[in-house]
Design a protein around this ligand. Structure first.
Ligand code: TYM
Length: 332
C-alpha cells in the first residue's frame, strides 16, 4: 500500500465545514486504499497565541472529530504531532537546507505576517512550512491530500526532499499533493470570496462541525446569495450560490448540474432549505459521536498514545537514517 499523510491544526474548539469537506471527507475515503497517517498538529498551532489549557482541549477535540467523522484509529494511524519527538528534530535538520528567500516566498506566511506586523510575527511562523515538510517526509509519504491553501507547502516539501536526496543520497520519498478540484476551497457564507477559515473575524459565515443544528440551519438560511434568483453555478458572477452548490454536491455526492436542475424555477429559499437539511443530516451524527468521545477523555488519550507509538516507530527509523546521512556522530 502507498503511504498517505495529512493533518490539521487544533486551532479552534470545532473544525469548520472547509476542513470537513476539503480534507476529512477525502481522508475517510482514502484510508481504505492507503496506509494512512493523520496527525493533530499541535506544534504548528503554537505559532498562534494560545491559552495552554485551551490548546490541550482543542487538541483532544480535533482528534475526537477525526474519529467521529470516520477516521478509524485501528486502521489509520491517528496521533498528536508533539507525541512524536522526531517531528521537531527533523524540522531542524530541514531548516538548514531551506533558503531564507524560499521560506519567505510562502504566501501563507506573507499574508499572516502582514496581518500581524513584524513584531508579532514569530520565527516559528516563518519556519512553519519546514515543520510541515518534516511531518510529511518522516513517514516516506507518497500522497498528501490537502485543500488548495496547502499546495505551496507541499511543493516546498517536494523541493526539500529532492535537495536532501541530491546532497546526502536517496533518503526521502518525494510526495505528491492530492487536491480535489471541486472542494479545494470552501468559502465563507457571508463573504463568499474569502475561504472559510477557523480564524475568520466573524462567525456568521463559518459552519462549525460542532455547532448546534439550529445554529447551522440559521447560518445557511442567512447565507449571502445575489439578486439574480436562479440556482446556477457561476463562480465569478454568483460566488455565494456557487459555494452553496459546492457544499451541497460534496455532501450528497450528486453532480452540481443535477442539483441545479432540481431547483430550476424555484427560489433561493427552497434551495437553502434543501441544503440545510443535507448539512444538518451530515453533521448531526458526527457532532453527537464527537461529544460522546469527549465524555471519556482517558479512553481517547489511550487511543492517541497507542497510535503515537505506531507513528514513532516509523518516524524514528527515518530520523536515524537522516542523522547518519548528514554526519551527526552516533551516541556511543
Ligand atoms: P489547516 O489546519 O489550516 O486545515 C486543515 C485542512 O483543511 C483544509 N481546509 C480547507 N479546504 C477547503 N476549503 C477551506 N475553506 C479550507 N480550510 C481548510 C486545508 O487545506 C487542510 O488540508 N499546515 C496545515 C496542517 C498540516 C499538514 C501537515 C497538512 C501540518 N502538517 C502535513 C498535511 C500534511 C494546516 O494548517 O491546515
Amino acid at each position: 500500500k502507498q503511504r498517505l499523510y495529512s493533518g490539521m491544526q487544533p486551532s479552534a474548539d470545532s473544525l469548520q465545514a472547509g476542513n470537513y469537506i476539503g480534507a476529512l471527507l477525502q481522508w475517510r475515503k482514502m484510508q481504505d486504499e492507503y496506509d494512512a497517517f493523520f496527525s493533530v498538529v499541535d506544534l504548528h498551532a503554537l505559532t498562534q497565541p494560545n491559552d495552554p489549557a485551551e490548546l490541550r482541549e482543542k487538541t483532544r477535540r480535533t482528534a475526537a472529530q477525526y474519529i467521529a467523522a470516520g477516521i478509524e484509529p485501528s486502521r489509520s494511524t491517528l496521533y498528536v504531532q508533539s507525541h512524536v519527538r522526531a517531528h521537531a528534530e527533523l524540522a531542524w535538520i530541514l531548516s538548514t537546507i531551506t533558503g531564507f528567500g524560499e521560506a519567505g516566498r510562502m504566501t501563507q506566511f506573507k499574508d499572516k505576517s502582514q496581518r500581524y506586523g513584524a513584531d508579532a510575527t514569530s520565527v516559528g511562523l516563518f519556519t512553519y512550512p519546514v515543520l510541515m515538510a518534516a511531518d510529511i517526509l518522516l513517514y516516506k509519504t507518497d500522497v498528501v491530500p490537502v485543500g488548495d491553501d496547502q499546495k505551496q507547502h507541499v511543493e516546498l516539501t517536494r523541493d526539500l526532499a529532492e535537495r536532501f536526496n541530491g546532497r546526502f543520497g536517496e533518503t526521502f520519498v518525494v510526495p505528491k499533493p492530492v487536491i480535489q478540484a471541486e472542494t479545494a476551497r470552501i468559502y465563507d457564507l457571508q463573504e463568499p470570496t474569502s475561504k472559510m477559515s477557523k480564524s475568520a473575524e466573524s462567525q456568521a459565515g463559518v459552519l462549525w462541525l460542532l455547532d448546534e443544528p439550529s445554529v447551522t440551519a440559521k447560518k445557511i438560511m442567512r447565507a449571502v446569495t445575489d439578486s439574480d434568483g436562479t440556482v446556477r453555478y457561476d463562480r465569478a458572477e454568483k460566488p455565494g450560490v456557487s459555494n452553496l452548490l459546492t457544499i451541497y454536491s460534496a455532501l450528497t455526492g450528486r453532480p452540481v448540474a443535477e442539483i441545479e436542475d432540481e431547483y430550476a424555477g424555484r427560489g433561493y429559499g427552497d434551495f437553502k432549505k434543501g441544503l440545510r437539511d443535507v448539512v444538518v443530516a451530515e453533521f448531526e451524527p458526527v457532532r453527537a459521536r464527537a461529544l460522546e468521545l469527549l465524555d471519556d477523555p482517558a479512553e481517547l488519550d489511550r487511543v492517541l498514545a497507542a497510535n503515537a507509538d505506531r507513528a514513532a516507530e516509523v518516524a524514528d527509523a527515518t530520523l536515524a537514517t537522516v542523522y547518519e546521512r548528514v554526519g551527526l556522530l552516533r551516541r556511543g
